[in-house]
Design a protein. Structure first.
Length: 146
């Protein structure tokens, strides 16, 4: 079964790649509706914080605490410490990730704080990141701080 929300996140990742950026995408879903979408824009905007999840939340705009409590954040890649912290800050109860094979953020910590984490082990997400890391190792290591 195709997950339309993960497909929307993958479309965002492909958009980033087409722009010369890192192929990671994210969407925020509330009550079955995508209310925000974004992609990694560190390269495109010269930003130190515009990971896909951060761009997605920025594009969703100002929401209430009640909205966040009903939200699910989709990301093509396991969220890093910064993005995971934002999930906790806003009380987003569920995160669905495409994969954590190429990078794994603090998933156990998110779960210990009550966040439901679902890993789809999505082969398209894995291939997208593997191809990117192989072609752009320096850019990838810059993004993850290594």
């Amino acid at each position: 079964m195709t997950d339309i929300y993960m497909q929307a996140a993958i479309a965002q990742a492909r958009k980033s790649l087409a722009e010369g950026g890192i192929p990671i995408g994210s969407v925020l879903v509330i009550d079955g509706k995508i209310v925000g979408a974004g992609h990694n824009q560190r390269v495109q905007k010269g930003s130190c914080v515009l990971h896909a999840e951060m761009d997605c939340l920025e594009n969703a705009g100002r929401l209430t605490a009640a909205d966040y409590r009903r939200a699910t954040l989709y990301s093509t890649l396991s969220p890093c410490d910064m993005c995971s912290g934002t999930v906790l800050l806003y009380g987003i109860p569920k995160v669905v990730i495409g994969e954590n094979q190429t990078f794994q953020g603090p998933e156990a910590y998110l779960q210990s704080r009550g966040v439901v984490l679902e890993n789809q082990h999505n082969t398209e997400c894995i291939q997208l990141m593997q191809d990117f890391i192989t072609a752009n190792p320096q850019l990838w290591f810059e993004d993850i701080g290594e």
